[in-house]
Design a protein around this ligand. Structure first.
Ligand SMILES: N[C@@H](CCC(=O)N[C@@H](CSC=O)C(=O)NCC(=O)O)C(=O)O
Length: 290
């Protein structure tokens, strides 16, 4: 359904819109942020590309909008940035608020199949279908044909899997410290066991970036920028497993950079935000307009 604009905040010469709408995928109200670069305000009839940023565990659309610092770079390239929430909220499901790594704040960008979660936990359909379709309908300045996707940690898993499952739909993909092989890490095993069932391993593999990259069509380029901090405790604990993804990708064009001493926080994300937005701009921006 249509978005209600709750606030318009001046930001890097453009505006950060705080939006809310009723979702048919999650059957809950969903909040998000949309950054419109200066050109969207001064030239509203010139369409601009869109970068979707998927956040990690415990986040809302606010974390990255407030401290990821993608906006100054997006403003420079005339790119809009969408910051969705990470799960439905207040779905009244027994146990939804019991853990920080499952349920509220941890939708994992999948459509759940288990009885308890499947009515509301449809974040894959929400991010991949409903949200863009509603945004492009209401905000005509957004170019639905030029969309890139990125994310952090659980959101990095979301960005990689959504890109890999929809060849050609997204023009670019990158990730900050992505959970790269969820079927083999504790966070992913807990989430997929809950959302798909312990026995449904085929479904698990359908949402695992390392499994998906193995079957990526060899004749399609797969350029992706991935950054991981060597001081990241979740990396050290084996929650991210970027090496597995890199190995499975072989020579398909993935660029994984190991950043010395960086942790998992938004200090890491903001340090490399410019590189990621510049990377997406190569695929999204038509220099005639920007
Ligand atoms: N509450 C947890 C830490 C949770 C955490 O670090 N979340 C990360 C994403 S982790 C992977 O998806 C995050 O982005 N947090 C928000 C922030 O603003 O930093 C704990 O206590 O360990």
């Amino acid at each position: 359904m249509a978005f209600e604009i709750k606030a318009k905040i001046a930001n890097f010469g453009g505006q950060l819109l705080k939006l809310e709408h009723q979702s048919t995928s999650t059957k809950t109200k969903m909040a998000l942020n949309l950054f419109l670069p200066p050109s969207a305000i001064s030239h509203p009839s010139t369409k601009i590309p869109v970068l979707i940023y998927l956040s990690g565990l415990t986040c809302t659309g606010d974390n990255c909008a407030e401290k990821g610092f993608l906006q100054p770079h997006a403003a420079k390239h005339c790119i809009a940035v969408v910051y969705p929430d990470t799960s439905p909220r207040g779905a009244k499901i027994d146990g939804e608020d019991d853990s920080w790594d499952f349920g509220s704040g941890a939708g994992f960008y999948v459509d759940a199949t288990t009885e308890r979660w499947r009515n509301n936990y449809n974040m894959y359909t929400y991010i991949n279908e409903e949200l863009p379709s509603e945004l492009f309908k209401q905000f005509e300045v957004l170019d639905g044909g030029r969309v890139g996707i990125t994310g952090h940690s659980m959101g990095g898993h979301g960005a990689l899997t959504i890109f890999l499952k929809n060849p050609g739909r997204y023009l670019s993909v990158s990730a900050f410290a992505p959970m790269s092989n969820p079927i083999n890490c504790p966070w992913g095993q807990k989430a997929f066991g809950g959302y798909f069932g312990e026995e449904n391993k085929e479904k698990w593999a359908e949402h695992d970036a390392t499994e998906l990259v193995k079957v990526w069509e060899k004749d399609m380029t797969l350029e992706a920028l991935i950054d991981v901090g060597t001081g990241d405790n979740f990396y050290k604990q084996g929650q991210l497993l970027p090496e597995n993804f890199e190995k499975a990708a072989g020579d398909k064009g993935i660029q994984v950079r190991y950043q010395e001493g960086y942790d998992h926080s938004y200090f890491f994300i903001s340090s490399f935000a410019g590189d990621h937005v510049n990377f997406h701009a190569k695929y999204l921006c038509n220099q005639v307009f920007c």
